[in-house]
Structure formats: C-alpha cells, structure tokens
Design a protein around this ligand. Structure first.
Ligand SMILES: Nc1ncnc2c1ncn2[C@@H]1O[C@H](COP(=O)(O)OP(=O)(O)OP(=O)(O)O)[C@@H](O)[C@H]1O
Length: 229
C-alpha cells in the first residue's frame, strides 16, 4: 500500500511561523518544527494553545501571517487556486467529528474521495476492500453512519483519509469523542499506516494515550512550542 521513503529531507518544515487571525487573536508565535518522513508525531497542549491552527497550516486551510510552511517540498504559502486542491489530495485528514455524509453508506463515504479524484470504477473497487479491511469495517460497507458507533464512524473517516494512500496523514483530535478502547484502536490503525511508510501527525489532549506510545511529542503552549521530547 505505502512505500517507505528513504529520502532524508523532512516531510514537514514549519519555519518562524506566526499566525494572527483576522480578529487579532495570536494563535502561534515564531514556531519552528520539522517532521521527518515516516515519523509518527503527537502534538499536545491545552485547549486554545494552537494545536489545530498548526495542523490547519499543514493542509493549507490557513496561511501563516509570517514565516513559511513546506510540505513534501511544496511551499504552501505560494499555492493558489487548483494547486491547493491538488496538494490536499496528497494529504489524508481526520477530524474529531468524523465529517461523514449521513445519507451515504460506509463504502460510498470512502469512495467519494476517489470519485472526486477521477479514479476508474475498477480502481475504486480495488482500493475499497483492503482499506475497509484495514480499519475493520469490511462487514459494515453497506451500513449508514447513523447505524455505527462513534469508534466505527471514526474508522470510516480514517478509511476515507487513507484510501488514496497519502504519504501524510493529519489527525486533529481523532480520539476526542471516543472512549479508551476505541481511542486505542484508532492509534493502532494509525501506527499500522505509519509502519507502511506514512508520516502521521496527531493532535491530542490525551496524555495517557501519548504515554502509552513511544513516539516524539511536541507540546504547544500559548502559541509556542514549549517542549519537544
Ligand atoms: N478562525 C479563528 N478566528 C479567530 N481565532 C481563532 C480561530 N481559530 C482559532 N482561533 C483562536 O486561536 C487560538 C488557538 O486555537 P486552536 O484551535 O489552534 O487551539 P487548539 O489547541 O487546537 O484548541 P482545542 O484543543 O480546544 O481544539 C485560540 O485562542 C482560538 O480561540
């Protein structure tokens, strides 16, 4: 599915980034961060510390007020128009609130990404089954989101994020609405994808979960990176 990349240039480079929202809120101040290809990174910090803003800069949802953001050799500050959607196709994004389409089945929610990207029906079929299998939802392909538990819905959203095999997976509080067992399942799926070569960056409040895993942790505090371990 994924290919480990031996290239040693960082997958993500955030250099001297300050983000001030139009209403004057300063979300990030002079942040520097590099993430290696194939790394699994946790971003922790209190509510409002700037974690989501940091992630939004990485999928070009927001632009920095100062500094630059490079993902996979692409300078995101310079991206315009269609180049932004083309870039986002190479990034798998997982949100806390799943963002599934209620009127579509599990399979349709996942396929929609590939359809939008012009994949053939044959290719869509080829990708769907292993992806649903990986997140443990093959037997629920024809169910609608309202018939799934929160953990299952989050696994559909992961399937949707990874079905086009992006090299970078960004997950913003993916366990935010889940209990410990379901959170652990999500982490294990993301770790598996990481073992296949994907770079994974997760924001979380959950210090216990972070402690259970042996990955680099970056703590954001009041818009600054306070601690890297
Ligand atoms: N679109 C926006 N406009 C104005 N201010 C914003 C916007 N988005 C976030 N902020 C502010 O920027 C700061 C950082 O917010 P951010 O969402 O990045 O924090 P967070 O660490 O992800 O918080 P949480 O854990 O609660 O999701 C906060 O003060 C927040 O109120």
């Amino acid at each position: 599915m994924y290919q480990a990349d031996v290239n040693t240039t960082p997958m993500v480079k955030i250099c001297s980034v300050t983000k001030i929202y139009p209403n004057g809120t300063r979300a990030l101040l002079d942040v520097d961060l590099k993430v290696r290809r194939g790394e699994f990174l946790f971003i922790t910090g209190a509510s409002g510390s700037g974690k989501s803003t940091l992630l939004k800069l990485l999928y070009r949802e927001e632009l920095p007020t100062k500094g630059y953001v490079v993902v996979d050799d692409c300078d995101l500050v310079k991206l315009r128009g269609d180049a932004i959607s083309l870039f986002r196709r190479q990034v798998g994004i997982v949100f806390q609130d799943y963002k599934l389409i209620p009127q579509r089945t599990v399979a349709e929610n996942v396929n929609i990404v590939l359809q939008a990207q012009g994949y053939t029906r044959k290719e869509i079929r080829r990708r769907l089954e292993p992806t649903l299998k990986l997140v443990g939802l093959l037997s629920k392909a024809n169910k609608f989101p309202k018939h799934l538990s929160g953990g299952e819905q989050q696994r559909v959203s992961i399937a949707r994020a990874i079905v086009s095999t992006p090299q970078l997976i960004l997950a913003d509080e993916p366990m935010g609405n889940l209990d410990l067992d379901n959170s652990w399942q999500i982490i294990q799926i993301l770790q598996k994808l990481n073992s296949f070569g994907a770079t994974v960056i997760i924001t979380t409040h959950d210090e216990n979960l972070v402690r259970r895993c042996n990955h680099r942790v970056v703590e954001v505090n009041n818009g600054k990176i306070r601690l890297q371990q």
